[in-house]
Write a protein that binds this ligand. Structure first.
Ligand code: SF4
Length: 122
């Protein structure tokens, strides 16, 4: 959770999450001793599971793996918009205007997308 999220007491992106995970995310979370925390979606990507409508790691107050959270969670609300073919701040984040979309963040999103694409083919 970022300062903006805390300031607004917002957990919207942790609700019914579809956050994709790369190899490194999965290794890191498994290293904490967790199992059975992701599923493979229709596009062949591994994504976080939900429990009672929230990310499986969110207990209603905090993210239980905050310091080891997936890279996509760290970068959100930056996402890749397939229609516009560019990185944007996601419209689903009610406070997106309070975030800055830097070129470093955009590059990280593109790198993540490439990794997710490679992981699909494994
Ligand atoms: S929806 Fe936006 S403000 Fe809310 S928790 Fe997610 S990133 Fe933070």
């Amino acid at each position: 959770m970022k300062n903006v999220c805390l300031a607004h007491n917002c957990i919207k992106c942790c609700l019914k999450t579809q956050m994709a995970l790369n190899d490194s995310d999965i290794r890191k979370i498994r290293g904490l001793g967790f199992k059975n925390f992701f599923k493979v979606n229709k596009r062949g990507m591994r994504q976080l599971k939900n429990h009672n409508g929230k990310c499986v790691f969110h207990n209603g107050k905090i993210c239980k793996i905050y310091n080891s959270r997936p890279i996509g969670c760290r970068l959100y609300p930056a996402v890749f918009d397939e229609f516009e073919n560019k990185v944007i701040l996601d419209n689903h984040c009610p406070f997106r205007e309070e975030f800055r979309l830097t070129s470093t963040i955009s590059q990280k999103i593109i790198k993540l997308l490439n990794e997710l694409d490679e992981n699909k083919r494994k």
